[in-house]
Design a protein around this ligand. Structure first.
Ligand SMILES: Cc1cc2nc3c(=O)[nH]c(=O)nc-3n(C[C@H](O)[C@H](O)[C@H](O)COP(=O)(O)OP(=O)(O)OC[C@H]3O[C@@H](n4cnc5c(N)ncnc54)[C@H](O)[C@@H]3O)c2cc1C
Length: 384
């Protein structure tokens, strides 16, 4: 009987985290298999929407600002090398009030990290962005070099390039390991054993389902609805360069201009109900449709009667704080968790891939905030 192939690393999950982990491992010359239940950045994955924001501002949280900087450079390098640009430099505009300490902290961090930004007062905002109804907003911070990643296509491109670099990609559902000690191989629903030295579970909202005893109460999968609003015919006010990507924490809202003619994208950054990523309904709820219509009418009077042209229902895979979970399984020495993107993880894919790779190959110094030990069973969101 032929001996079955043994890999250095099996990566489970081809969302943005798993794709970049596999890519970095392959670049370091490792034999890698990437096993995915449905497909790269599929419609039920957190990485599966058209677009995701990449911004540098994280309030006082310099760790993530620096990771965003690193990741944006890596995304651009990747797009350049593969000849397909999936980054749109729309600019990212933070809207708020002078009294908001987070706005002040954001500017301080951007300054410390040497990042370009423009501070705007209300009259500059009004002149430059007459599409917005500013109401109580009296300041803005524009990150001119930030923008949007065309998310699902970008993940597919990373997987494609990883395969070109030697990664074996398989569609199968992996059965998680149990017990203690060292795992030799894992079973899938389609084939025989997948044998490897190390196993990385980059399974987003599924982590809680796969490891219920450890992560069932530590990964909070919450329903998040997203809306695309059809812009009026022949109206360029809601597309770049007229409208940047925007975040408005006071309103718990964010949005993106009309990219690739999908419409103005808008959503509320508020945790929804807990859901199962395999079975939750992907249809917009009537309550959220109503709320979004009211919100769009209030902030964008020019879109008061505009139709909703597309919707998405996705899930965040929150940890208690919003910090990533990148750590070893507490009882299985060669099994790793890589997840907890918590509604802000997409942009960081390249840095996550690099970090996990150096953890596995170089036993690099760990970031304590990513440890399992810091993940609690009640949500106290601290990272935005
Ligand atoms: C509405 C919304 C808006 C967001 N906006 C932003 C944003 O603007 N900017 C930003 O940076 N981030 C944003 N995020 C967060 C970001 O999208 C996620 O943090 C990131 O995509 C998570 O990627 P992942 O690879 O961990 O998970 P996923 O993309 O969910 O991938 C996990 C994969 O694991 C696979 N899997 C699970 N179980 C198994 C198994 N047993 N066998 C094989 N495969 C398995 C799944 O099929 C899935 O493909 C947003 C998220 C949502 C939902």
């Amino acid at each position: 009987m032929a001996e079955s192939k043994r890999y250095d690393v099996a990566v489970i999950g081809a969302g943005v985290f798993g794709a970049w982990i596999a890519w970095h491992l392959a670049r370091r010359g490792r034999r890698v298999v990437l096993v995915e239940a449905y497909g790269p950045a599929h419609s039920r994955a957190s990485s599966g929407d058209e677009s995701r924001i990449i911004r540098m501002g994280y309030g006082a949280d310099e760790l993530y600002t620096r990771w965003s900087m690193r990741s944006l450079a890596k995304w651009k390098e990747f797009f350049e090398a593969t000849g397909q640009s999936m980054f749109r430099e729309t600019g990212v505009l933070w809207l708020g009030r002078e009294s908001d300490s987070r706005m002040q902290h954001t500017m301080e961090t951007l300054r410390r990290c040497g990042l370009a930004f423009e501070e705007m007062n209300r009259s500059t905002l009004q002149n430059r962005y007459p599409q917005f109804c500013l109401d109580d907003v009296n300041m803005g911070i524009l990150e001119p070099q930030s923008g949007v990643l065309m998310a699902r296509r970008a993940v597919a491109a990373v997987v494609e390039d990883a395969v070109r670099r030697g990664v074996e990609y398989r569609v199968a559902q992996v059965t998680p390991p149990r017990g203690t000690g060292r795992v030799k191989s894992l079973r899938t629903n389609t084939s025989d054993e997948t044998a490897a030295e190390q196993f990385v579970f980059a399974c987003g909202a599924w982590l809680g389902k796969l490891f219920p005893e450890i992560l069932g109460e530590r990964i909070f999968a919450t329903r998040q609805e997203v809306f695309y609003i059809g812009v009026p015919a022949g109206d360029a006010r809601f597309a770049p360069p007229a409208l940047p990507t925007f975040l408005f924490q006071e309103d718990e809202s964010y949005g993106m201009p009309d990219l690739e003619s999908r419409g103005l994208k808008i959503a509320l950054d508020r945790h929804g109900e807990r859901v199962d990523p395999d079975t939750q309904s992907r249809l917009a709820s009537p309550q959220m449709v109503e709320e979004i219509r009211r919100y769009v009418a209030r902030r964008f009077p020019g879109l008061r009667d505009a139709p909703i042209v597309e919707t998405r229902a996705c899930q965040y895979e929150n940890t208690s704080s919003g910090d990533f979970l990148i750590d070893r399984h507490p009882e299985l020495e060669n099994v790793w968790f890589a997840g907890g993107g918590s509604g802000h993880g997409f942009k960081h894919g390249p840095a996550v891939g690099e970090y996990v790779t150096s953890e596995i190959l170089d036993a690099a110094k760990r970031e304590p905030r990513f440890s399992l030990a810091t993940k609690k069973t009640t949500q106290l969101r601290a990272v935005y």
